[in-house]
Structures are given as structure tokens and as C-alpha cells.
Design a protein around this ligand. Sequence first.
Ligand SMILES: [Zn+2]
Length: 112
Amino acid sequence: MKRPTKRLKLLTMTDMVDILLDFDVVHDAEVLITSEKENETDECYGATDHEGSRIMLCDRFPQGVRRLTILHELYHARDFREGYESLEKPVEKISERHYAKLFGHKFLGKRK
Ligand SMILES: [Zn+2]
């Protein structure tokens, strides 16, 4: 059982460079994930496939959504690389905080 991530440290450029050495970023018009629990397929903005070392991004959303999505997925990728269980809530929280820091305003679009 992996440890849940407990720290909410902002990604650094070093983190990003190392993630991009390990992960491919794949742009697609549609990103689908299948939940193991419910065996349902859902469309989403992006997803990180840590076993396949891929970050998938849906490219048909506005720039703000895509910016937040890549940040969000980079946080998941860092958690996976460092052996943490990547939980949705902390990743959402820190990626929104990081978005505001990088772009000078809160993310105001709809992501859910
Ligand atoms: Zn997520």
C-alpha cells in the first residue's frame, strides 16, 4: 500500500524536467478513463497513466482549462514518481494554488 501524499509542496522546474524525462505528453481530442470500481468509462480533461508513463491531455478545451489540467497531471506524475498514492483532493487544491501563482489570477473556468 502506497503512502498517501502528505506534503503540498509546489512543483519546481527540477520536478517538471524530471517528470518530462519519464513521461510522454499525449494530446488528444478525447481522453477516456475507466474506473475500476464501477467499470464505467468517463470522459475527462486529462489523465496520468503512470504504468504507461504518459500524461494525456484533451486538447479541445479553452487554454485556462488545459493549463490547469497539465498542472494537475504533473502533480499526479510527481506523486507516482516519488511513490506516493496520488489523492484527488490535495492534487486539485495545490494545482489551483499553483495556477493562481503562475498566471496571476484564480482559475475561474469550469473544470468539473
Ligand atoms: Zn486528478
